[in-house]
Design a protein around this ligand. Sequence first.
Ligand SMILES: Cc1ncc(COP(=O)(O)O)c(C=O)c1O
Ligand SMILES: [Zn+2]
Length: 404
Amino acid sequence: MMKYRLICKQCGTDNRQFPQWFAQNQQCYGCGSKHAEAVYEADYSKLTALYQENPDSFWLYFDYLPVENRENIISCHEGAIPIEEWDFFEKIAMEQYGINCKAMVYRNDKNGGTNTFKDVAASLAATVFKENGVSEFCVASTGNTATAYSKYLALEGVKITVFVPKDITEDSINEIRSFGQNVVPVDGNYADAKKMAMEFHEKSKVLISAGNIDPIRVEAKKTMVFEFMRQLGKMPDVYIQAVSGGTGPIAIDKGVREINPTFPDVVLPRMLLIQQDLCDPMVQAWENAVANNFPKGYEKEYPVIDNPPTEVSILSTGNPGMYPVIAPIVKKTGGTFLRVKETDLVNMAKRVYQERKVYLGPASIVCLLGFFEALEKRQIKDGETVLINVGEGADRAMKFKAKI
Ligand SMILES: Cc1ncc(COP(=O)(O)O)c(C=O)c1O
Ligand SMILES: [Zn+2]
């Protein structure tokens, strides 16, 4: 019996496991699609007992991850991070908006690898590569994935070449090099870096990260759903995240679909996805869809911002290729996309530092500003529990940190 199988999302072909998937150049052998989803032979009722544990990583959920042998696990204590209640957020919600809500902050900056919510994916990737004898990999990244993969793959002796846009911070480049990995700064933006990575993948036959639908990334991040259940005892009513590519919402959707048949109470939270005004193609697309009452095919209509002038390099996806996948997920949850002002970042970061003595990176602050924008737009209701997914610490954004 196989623990898991990779099933094509387009045509339903069973692509077996990672050895076959990698040998097929990460494509379905039925239809060529790159979108496969892991399906498990697993007893989900065992999750209830796991929720009683006090894990030191997301590997608590080994039975529901695409790895056969525990001995292959590469971990730096990621993914079992605290969810904190931030009462100063709740106070503002009450005093300024008359809303009585719970503000629960998911502290990805406390991940043991590189202090970002990319650590779980990097841990799973390193583990899958160890199990399947992969020795080389490549990825295009705006910084956090690049750093996390560089560190975790180095632990397993896997070489990675990362293609990064030229506006990525010096701190990130130095950190990637410190792990002995190969970083290629591309003279262009994130879209150009992706193109270069794809060329390298095709020419050198090196495996590549398949973007936001990559089964490794999705499987790692779906464990968020398990963690919400373990720590909150229920799903939040609202989920807020800064969105760039969209792995987060795709993974939460997958996690809920996976366990809902066993736990019918586990349903999707209303998703509020946040972008900053200097790179907001998904917000623009959504506003347009709302204005036109969601015409048929609305999800295929989105703008491409060629050179987004944003300074939040982590959130600089000007070409939101995943919008057609993400918009329907947001719509079915009754959620929305919201825009915040990049000029408000530093003040919010200062405020957070004063209240909690924690330095957060700019992408995290975009998410936190989203909480207030949601209140302003009446998107949070009385009595709701709001999960705010804070994605990163400030250590790779020293210039930003200096302003806090
Ligand atoms: C800190 C942080 N927040 C948000 C995002 C957006 O992630 P996604 O849109 O892939 O869910 C990223 C991705 O790089 C990130 O590093
Ligand atoms: Zn297929």
